[in-house]
Design a protein around this ligand. Structure first.
Ligand code: FES
Length: 231
């Protein structure tokens, strides 16, 4: 069973031997985020269980070395527990609906190229634009953005999501010179420190710099704090 358990003011405990890889944001000549490049694998214990640093201060990143105790890390979880559908605003285009829960922004900026997805979705009756929106939204690591086929009924519509095997990415934002969150993919259960489960989603970004104001999720603070894991 793949699972990530948050510990009180301590690390993420990972169960299930999920692959752990560096994931680099690839930019174009203008410095815009356009795709992901998988980097090197990080060997994980064969037991299948390991602890990943959440405070950002481990000398053995991405793994925990107990630094959270030395620095008195406050890992209080402050994120909303409302379902994504309740948190999100909905922007309706002609064939697609863009859902946007701003507090989950991990500052990866895949939404920006070609005029930004919020404008592009309004032109989603053009097939090439619709595919671009689906790609840009699917690359959003924190799942702030989601896209759906527009339904005839107001109750929903088929969600367009990339397929991911359960896995964890260590985000590297080279153009900004910083490291980013844990990119948790493939519908992995995340349990809070007090034992309740967060909504299971295909893409979530967990803070590993210690600076997020929306713990356990990344809020982009790694960029302003200059977090760098040395990779
Ligand atoms: S890793 Fe993004 S805010 Fe901490």
């Amino acid at each position: 069973m793949n699972k990530i358990t948050i510990t009180v003011d301590g690390p993420y405990v990972v169960q299930g031997a999920m692959p752990l890889t560096h994931q680099h944001i690839v930019t174009n000549a203008q410095g815009e985020s356009v795709s992901w490049r998988q980097g090197k694998d990080v060997a994980v214990p064969t037991t299948g269980n390991y602890a990943l640093c959440r405070c950002g201060q481990s000398a053995n990143k991405p793994f925990c070395d107990g630094a959270h105790q030395r620095i008195g890390f406050d890992g209080t979880e402050t994120a909303s527990r409302e379902p994504y559908d309740v948190q999100a605003e909905h922007i309706e285009g002609p064939t697609l609906v863009l859902d946007d829960a701003q507090t989950l922004c991990a500052f990866a900026r895949f939404c920006d190229p070609k005029g930004q997805v919020w404008r592009l979705v309004l032109e989603s009756d053009q097939p090439a634009v619709a595919r671009l929106v689906e790609q840009q939204v699917g690359d959003c690591p924190g799942g702030r953005l989601r896209v759906r086929q527009r339904a005839q009924s107001p109750s929903g519509g088929h969600t367009v999501e990339p397929h991911f095997e359960p896995s964890i990415g260590l985000v590297q934002d080279t153009v900004k010179g910083v490291s980013g969150p844990l990119w948790v993919r493939g519908g992995v259960e995340v349990l809070s420190a007090e034992g309740s489960a967060y909504e299971v989603r295909n893409r979530v970004a967990l803070c590993r710099c210690g600076a997020s104001n929306n713990k356990p999720f990344c809020d982009g603070s790694h960029a302003s704090s200059g977090f760098n894991d040395g990779n």
